[in-house]
Ligand binder design. Structure first.
Ligand code: ZN
Length: 345
């Protein structure tokens, strides 16, 4: 699927389909639809009938394989997609308990066989790697060898949310396409077209990234409850509120909600960030829809305590996926916030 804010990239790439570089790097903040763009581009380049700037036909044999996830000339490399091969990987420790967040070197080495033979459909051969920053140095170097000796009609598409975390040698082998944040009007038009309720509020809370906003739409009621709870934190106390939030996490196990500890820490970070911004310049970035509440909360807190709290939240986020007692984790986070929130009185 191609979003309106990607049209320019799309038209240019598809028009030059027969003289694309060997490696493209799609770089930009998360939540703008880079992965959808990359998949649409791969499908289009493999499609056997589409012409002009049209998207893949969706009907030819190639498109049928692609959408079934088994096109013989396409590989998707992402973290955790090759758990078994990781077991005898001598360069990285294997943590079988936890799903890997890294792309393993064996996943890249396995491409040797794929690149060594001709293409099945006499067309393009495409390798999509996402996110590219999930490769450690050894893995990135294994990829680099392949980028240095490109085989014909092969296109590597790398996706990154953070270009600065990639090796300069990788960057230098790729043609970078920047995927900046879409304009507010483009993003809102799309959200409204997708019939997303509370589009403006969700977009602000998602930092202007429309796919992230739509992803959070299912959590709207929780988010609303989150603000209500913060407003009555002094009255109810961190323990009561931690208990309520813990019940939100439990529902997640049944697949009823997409909320996890990390999401709650991020919500808290955005809230505290806006309290700081409110104190500094009278604005709110993520809560433009809640200016009154932000102003009131900022008025009760001191700026130094808020900045300390923000730094603590960074540390808390880093351990949010560790197997900690969820109740204690939330109590700890809320107590720290409560201290900061009432520090200016
Ligand atoms: Zn097709």
């Amino acid at each position: 699927m191609i979003y309106s804010w990607h049209n320019e990239h799309w038209n240019r790439l598809v028009e030059q389909a027969d003289r694309l570089p060997h490696a493209l790097l799609l770089a930009g903040p998360q939540g703008g639809g880079k992965m959808d763009f990359a998949r649409a581009l791969a499908a289009r380049l493999l499609c056997e009938t589409a012409g002009g700037t049209a998207e893949a036909c969706g009907k030819c044999p190639s498109c049928t394989w692609f959408s079934a996830g088994n096109h013989p000339d396409f590989r998707l490399i992402e973290p955790g997609s090759d758990e078994l091969d990781g077991a005898d990987d001598d360069t990285e420790p294997t943590t079988q308990k936890k799903k890997s967040e890294q792309i393993r070197i064996n996943q890249i080495r396995a491409l040797d066989d794929f690149l060594g033979i001709g293409t099945h459909r006499q067309g393009a051969r495409i390798i999509l790697i996402q996110p590219a920053e999930a490769m450690n140095q050894a893995t990135a170097n294994a990829l680099l060898k392949m980028l240095e000796e490109p085989s014909s009609s092969t296109l590597f598409i790398l996706i990154t949310n953070n270009k600065r975390r990639l090796l300069p040698t990788i960057l230098s082998r790729c043609q970078t396409l920047n995927f900046p944040k879409p304009s507010v009007s483009q993003a809102l038009a799309w959200l409204r077209e997708s019939r997303t309720p509370h589009a403006e509020d969700l977009l602000a809370h998602a930092g202007g990234m429309p796919l992230a906003a739509i992803g959070e739409a299912v959590n709207w009621e929780r988010l609303d409850g989150f603000y209500r709870d913060l407003a009555q934190l002094e009255l109810a106390g961190p323990v009561t509120i931690a208990g309520r939030w813990e019940s939100w996490l439990k529902e997640n196990k049944d697949g009823e909600a997409s909320i996890d500890r990390r999401t709650l820490v991020i919500w808290m970070q955005k809230w505290v960030f806006d309290l700081v911004i409110m104190k500094l310049c009278g604005l709110a970035v993520f809560h433009a829809h809640k200016l009154q509440e932000v102003r009131a909360a900022a008025g009760r807190a001191s700026i130094t305590a808020l900045i300390d709290c923000y730094n603590e939240l960074l540390r808390i986020k880093a351990v949010s996926q560790h197997p900690l007692n969820p109740r204690l984790f939330l109590e700890d986070m809320l107590s720290r916030y409560a201290r900061a929130a009432l520090s200016g009185r």
